[in-house]
Ligand binder design. Structure first.
Ligand code: SF4
Length: 432
């Protein structure tokens, strides 16, 4: 049995990659959304969960405006507003929280898992939500499981909300049975269509036991233990990864499934771990690779040679830069990321063009100066920076869109390329 060689999947590290490249570390003012933002994609995924933010009116506005108004469905998130009396210590906030949760659960028997989500205000008044979750769990067990995590904006970035949520789920995962056969756990929120596609491919490769975290229903929590091999679908899950390691699971190092090349390398890493035969690997992945390459090629003419600058925001910057440089021929001016997790990004850094300018953290004014001086063709940034940069005549792409749009896997590779071609097309039309 020959394990699939990455080289056969057309994934060749560039001459030296960026594994040891120096990184500009900045620790100044940052312009990022907070971790509450993750609720917007998490509440769609875990369909019987509810996210109760314990925060201020600002927190309520943030998630309401980011998520839009849900007209046809009962909402699966809300904010318990901490009022002035609570902040001044005049009210018993534990009692109030118990009342709010009791009312919510009485009204909504469909809720099977409730997350109490901490915010800046709840942290400022040192509200212990983990204690509250334990107390409320005892009250409402076994009907509802109640957990807590922090989505606070202090020193975090918006994708850390998902990391904190999944890390809070890990202790709840059932123990795998004694003597369990190796199983594959795919970790990170994926759109359902993407999850179904990847599951089909992994099953066709002969990997019998494939599970996903988060699950679609809170009762379907995957088991975990020493036979669990974890592959990450998202690059921002450092805390979750440490929690899974503590449960005995081991990590498969792989690039992320973005683009034809990234998806193939991701699948190849899983296939190698499970000893999948090379011929079978090629037969299963071949048609998807072809479709993805074809779909990506349609955007190459527009994007090749164009210069792109990434502000640190989503933590997807390094895998996206690898995809855009290698599959679309874009030139990377600067790749900024809030955190550079070398363990999770090891395979990605190997594939980045040698000499790529990497920066970690942010000093927003200095970075804006660098960006304006470089005058790139396209800037990927948070919502707060997009308007001023557009006013300067630069073309921008909101990084948050990349979390709301299905972009992983072969069938999405063309759409992913199009997300970067579209702002350039729009600018070209405006200039005509
Ligand atoms: S958690 Fe903090 S940063 Fe996020 S909306 Fe609330 S107050 Fe603002």
């Amino acid at each position: 049995m020959t394990p699939p060689a990455l080289a056969r999947a057309d994934v060749q590290p560039v001459q030296s990659g960026c594994a040891d490249a120096p990184v500009l570390k900045e620790r100044g003012q940052r312009e990022v959304f907070c971790g509450l933002t993750g609720i917007i994609w998490l509440h769609r995924k875990i369909q019987d969960a509810f996210f109760l933010v314990v925060g201020s009116r600002t927190c309520a506005h943030l998630i309401q405006s980011a998520a839009g108004v849900m007209i046809f469905a009962e909402p699966r998130f809300a904010t318990a507003i901490i009022g002035e009396r609570d902040l001044a210590g005049l009210a018993d906030i534990d009692e109030e929280l118990d009342r709010v949760v009791g009312r919510l659960l009485d009204r909504r028997p469909d809720i099977k898992m409730l997350f109490l989500v901490g915010s800046c205000p709840s942290e400022v008044i040192k509200l212990d939500l983990s204690r509250a979750a334990a107390r409320l769990s005892r009250l409402h067990a076994p009907r509802v499981r109640i957990l807590s995590y922090s989505g606070s904006g202090i020193e975090t970035t918006f994708t850390q909300g998902e990391d904190a949520c999944l890390a809070a789920l890990v202790p709840e995962l059932p123990e795998e049975p004694q003597g369990a056969k190796p199983s594959l756990l795919v970790v990170g929120t994926l759109a359902e269509a993407v999850e179904d596609q990847l599951r089909r491919i992994l099953t066709a490769l002969g990997i019998a036991d494939v599970k996903f975290l988060p699950p679609r229903r809170s009762g379907d929590l995957p088991t975990v233990g020493p036979a669990t091999k974890v592959i990450y679908a998202q690059p921002f899950l450092g805390d979750t990864s440490r929690a899974l390691e503590r449960r005995g699971a081991s990590m498969i190092v792989a690039p992320f499934p973005l683009g034809a090349e990234g998806t193939t390398a991701w699948l190849a890493a899983a296939a190698k771990t499970f000893g999948v035969d090379q011929r079978r690997f090629e037969a299963v992945t071949g048609p998807g690779i072809e479709r993805a390459r074809h779909a990506v090629a349609r955007h190459r003419e527009k994007l090749a040679g164009r210069r792109i600058f990434f502000f640190p925001d989503s933590q997807l910057e390094v895998p996206l830069a690898r995809f855009l440089a290698r599959e679309l021929g874009m030139e990377l001016v600067e790749v900024g990321t809030p955190y550079l997790n070398r363990q999770h990004l090891a395979a990605e850094l190997d594939l980045l063009p040698a000499g790529t300018m990497l920066s970690e953290g942010q000093d927003v004014d200095r970075q804006l100066d660098r960006c304006r001086a470089a005058a790139p063709d396209l800037v990927v940034c948070g919502l707060g920076l997009a308007n001023p940069l557009e006013a300067d005549g630069l073309t921008t792409k909101w990084s948050i869109e990349l979390l709301f749009t299905p972009i992983q896997g072969y069938e999405q590779a063309g759409d992913l390329a199009e997300l970067f071609a579209r702002p350039l097309n729009r600018r070209a039309r405006l200039e005509v």
